[in-house]
Ligand binder design. Structure first.
Ligand code: CA
Length: 176
């Protein structure tokens, strides 16, 4: 009886893939801006949130990326997902990554979800309504670190965007 019970405990863990999932970055904006090495014009706001009480917005529209996270390690050739909760306040903004190689150190970027064809996918939610997006992306060879970046592309006629619950993970489903 004891051995049988032990087996029943082990098998479900294996089926769930415990130990195989790799969440490299997670941000709910509930604990301050410490994960954003270059905060730019970002503001952690309480005007609305996908979960909790805080989300990210911007004071300015800045092209090329406005707020940048600290860099974190990734595995070259591995498939990941960016999960993000997004709300348009009239604008759309962009979220993407900077890809960093070593020996030699190089940096290039890839917009993942955004307002136009620069990004792999488009934000298409209704203004004032949160929508969760999941964008798959395979890390190129030789890229060992990335950072996530966000920006607003508003103009005076289309103000603002909110981001919340950003995850970089091998799990196809968001955990937040
Ligand atoms: Ca939040």
């Amino acid at each position: 009886m004891f051995v049988r019970g032990f087996r029943l405990f082990i098998v479900p863990l294996a089926l769930l893939g415990c130990g195989g999932d790799d969440t490299a970055f997670i941000e709910s904006f509930e604990d301050g801006p410490s994960q954003w090495e270059v905060p730019g014009s970002m503001v952690i706001t309480t005007i609305n949130a996908h979960a909790g009480s805080h989300s990210q917005t911007f004071l300015e529209a800045v092209g090329g990326g406005d707020a940048f996270t600290s860099t974190f390690p990734v595995t070259p050739g591995r498939a990941y997902y960016l999960h993000v909760a997004h709300m348009s306040l009239g604008g759309a903004g962009f979220i993407g990554i900077d890809l960093i190689t070593e020996s030699p150190v190089t940096l290039r970027d890839q917009w993942l979800i955004g307002a136009d064809a620069q990004a792999l996918s488009r934000f298409d939610g209704e203004p004032g309504v949160w929508k969760v997006y999941s964008q798959p992306y395979t890390i190129p060879d030789n890229v060992t670190r990335i950072r996530i970046k966000t920006e607003d592309v508003r103009d005076s006629e289309s103000p603002g965007v909110l981001f919340d619950d950003i995850e970089w993970t091998t799990n196809s489903e968001p955990s937040l």
